[in-house]
Design a protein around this ligand. Structure first.
Ligand SMILES: Cc1cc2nc3c(=O)[nH]c(=O)nc-3n(C[C@H](O)[C@H](O)[C@H](O)COP(=O)(O)OP(=O)(O)OC[C@H]3O[C@@H](n4cnc5c(N)ncnc54)[C@H](O)[C@@H]3O)c2cc1C
Length: 404
């Protein structure tokens, strides 16, 4: 690759800003980041910011490659925080808790199949570790992953976009991509609302809008945008050193895990909700912005939270709250789609974050930068995320959603 190579990245979320920053640092001569809105206005503006070994110790565990990315992210965000203190970073671990004995086997997997430093925590220690936010009497047991870190997805993405511009990248916000100029099997240029930009390589990281951008090429990636929301309460005096929390509570109204963390003294929490709410973007299309989307599933999360007050009393104490929605994209095998799109050797995609893009974004950014500049990734064997690994029958987001 020569120093005058021009790469255009589409999408100013955590995946696009990570890719753009890594490309610049890999020595690409000209990197342009195109964002329709402002950085972190999409799903990254709603992310909870857990940087976690999601892929280890879960029934849907993916693999060692994702664990490598999680380790990489912890260092990446620590360094980002050193360069840009407005992107908060804290390494206080993640506490996986079982509300009852029935919930324990799935939590125990986080110990037996978890990261090397995972350890069991008795209820009394969980109460102490959380400064009393968790009540020992309300849980059966817990597992601590000490290395997990917490960031602000929104502030990290914004800080990354600013760092990219400060390091010499061209940040073009409010610049929607409207199409591609194709020459043979290559993308020759990108068409935007403000003119055409020539490119030697293109990285598409448009999150839930990926298939809308690809439509002009007649291409489709098998991903489905699933509605997910976070709830942030008024300040409740939550301790700033609270570990990340997960509660598995099969016996309550909550059939899955509920996640919780501290944010400026408030409690931030969420859980996946059921259909039809979770499928609203598959059924009705992805709106340009999520601000005014009314997702009924939030009520389901709040009802489930109310059944957990013996373990976490604060879930019954809040009076005011704000909600933010996002649309992480899921794939049928739980792994992302990263690499050159078959048929277009210079169009590279990062899609299908599976709601883990804050954790895996920095690593995917490095992978795509290395694939473009070196031909392959040094960090990890990226073949597991190849775009061409899916069955041809998956031709719509509904097909994908039906298999999740
Ligand atoms: C409630 C919630 C909690 C979450 N918690 C976690 C967590 O704890 N840990 C974790 O790892 N992950 C978490 N996630 C997932 C994580 O937030 C996502 O994986 C990640 O933000 C996806 O980033 P992205 O860059 O792919 O998408 P986005 O942030 O949506 O970025 C895509 C960008 O592309 C832009 N775009 C779209 N169309 C165009 C166009 N035509 N031209 C130019 N730009 C365009 C959009 O404006 C947008 O800014 C959570 C998500 C939610 C919603």
């Amino acid at each position: 690759m020569s120093g005058d190579t021009r790469v255009v990245v589409i999408g100013g979320g955590v995946l696009g800003t990570s890719a753009a920053t890594h490309l610049l640092r890999a020595g690409v001569g000209e990197v342009t980041l195109l964002e329709r809105d402002g950085a972190a206005q999409g799903t990254s503006g709603a992310g909870a910011g857990f940087v976690n070994a999601w892929s280890l110790g879960s029934p849907d565990a993916t693999g060692a490659e994702e664990a490598t990315l999680a380790d990489y992210a912890v260092d990446f965000y620590r360094e980002l925080n050193a360069a840009r203190p407005e992107a908060p970073y804290r390494q206080r671990g993640c506490l996986w808790m079982a509300q009852t004995e029935r919930d324990w086997p799935s939590v125990e997997l986080r110990l037996t199949d978890g990261p090397a430093d995972a350890r069991r925590v008795e209820p009394a220690e969980a109460e102490a570790l959380t400064g009393g936010v968790v009540k020992a009497a309300g849980i059966h047991g817990a597992v601590l992953h000490p290395s997990s870190a917490q960031v602000s997805a929104e502030r990290a993405t914004k800080a990354l976009s600013e760092l990219f511009a400060a390091e010499g990248g061209k940040l073009r916000e409010r610049t929607p991509v409207t199409g591609f100029v194709v020459d043979g099997g290559r993308i020759a240029a990108i068409e935007t609302a403000h003119g055409t930009i020539e490119a030697d390589h293109v990285v598409l990281a448009a999150g839930a809008w990926t298939n809308a951008v690809l439509a002009s090429l007649g291409r489709f990636l098998p991903i489905a945008p699933i509605a997910v929301s976070r709830i942030v309460t008024e300040p409740l005096g939550m301790p700033g050193d609270l570990p990340l929390l997960f509660v598995k509570a099969l016996d309550s109204g909550l059939k899955k895990s509920m996640w919780l963390r501290e944010e400026n003294g408030s409690l931030m929490f969420g859980a996946n909700y059921g259909a039809p709410s979770r499928l609203t973007f598959v059924e009705n299309g992805v709106p340009e912005r999520f601000d005014s989307v009314d997702v009924e599933g939030v009520l389901e999360v709040q009802r489930a939270a109310a059944t957990l007050t013996a373990a976490i009393p604060a879930l019954g104490e809040y009076r005011n709250f704000r909600v933010k929605h996002g649309a992480p994209c899921y794939t049928v095998d739980g792994r992302a789609i990263v690499g050159a799109l078959p048929g277009f050797e210079n169009l590279h995609v990062i899609a299908g974050c599976n709601e883990q893009g804050v954790t895996h974004g920095p690593g995917f950014g490095r992978v795509i930068a290395e694939q473009i500049t070196e031909g392959r990734s040094e960090l990890v064997d990226a073949d597991v995320w190849r775009p061409d690994r899916f069955a041809a029958e998956l031709t719509s987001e509904r097909d994908v959603a039906a298999q999740l």
